[in-house]
Design a protein around this ligand. Structure first.
Ligand SMILES: Nc1nc2c(ncn2[C@@H]2O[C@H](COP(=O)(O)OP(=O)(O)O)[C@@H](OP(=O)(O)OP(=O)(O)O)[C@H]2O)c(=O)[nH]1
Ligand SMILES: [Mn+2]
Length: 168
């Protein structure tokens, strides 16, 4: 928010990092080094600030929190109570329904991409960019070359779907 002071912004960003770190504390990435999962949401937020020049603090908060509901015991109510409805709405838009089969989740991401909000598109695309770079660095344990290639193909489809109807 434009009216927020630098102190407020700093406080809320540290609050988000702390919240996400606690929620993801037992989770590791799928790489052979089992990197702590928190490196991912922090890296996604950094792509947006450093490479995307994103200055909207709500979008950066949503990036830091983007996998908490999908991957940990976190509810949208908790996100809304702690960080407000704007942040919660973006997190909702980028959260997959993990009760659905994977192919359906991936299909729905593409179906929902065109009409997503600009903030959700930014978080989603930074998320994909981080994951693609991670795949290039070292594939997750057990992933074949075909599976890696499939993720690249799907990410490209998602990017093209996100470009449609964009009013950024
Ligand atoms: N490249 C890579 N990805 C890893 C690693 N560890 C965990 N992941 C996560 O795995 C997900 C991609 O793997 P998939 O097999 O396609 O999806 P799934 O885990 O949801 O079933 C991403 O979830 P996501 O961020 O929720 O994005 P999405 O692709 O599911 O939308 C990504 O963050 C890793 O070491 N490298
Ligand atoms: Mn993610």
């Amino acid at each position: 928010m434009a009216t927020e002071s630098a102190d407020d912004i700093l406080r809320v960003i540290i609050k988000c990092i702390n919240f996400a770190a606690i929620k993801h504390k037992n989770q590791r990435r799928k790489d052979p080094e089992q990197t702590p999962y928190i490196n991912h949401p922090i890296g996604v937020a950094k792509i947006l600030t450093e490479e995307g020049n994103v200055q909207d603090v709500n979008i950066i908060q949503a990036a830091l929190l983007h996998d908490t509901v999908e991957d940990t015991e976190t509810s949208f109510e908790e996100i809304e109570d702690e960080f407000g409805s704007t942040v919660c709405q973006i997190v909702k838009e980028v959260t997959d329904d993990k009760t659905l089969p994977k192919a359906e989740r991936k299909r729905l991401q593409i179906e929902h991409a065109p009409a997503s909000s600009p903030g959700a598109k930014l978080v989603k695309l930074a998320d994909k960019l981080y994951n693609l770079r991670d795949l290039e660095r070292v594939p997750p344990q057990g992933w074949s070359a075909e599976r890696v290639q499939e993720y690249f193909n799907w990410a490209q489809k998602l990017l093209m779907a996100s470009e449609a109807q964009t009013k950024i």
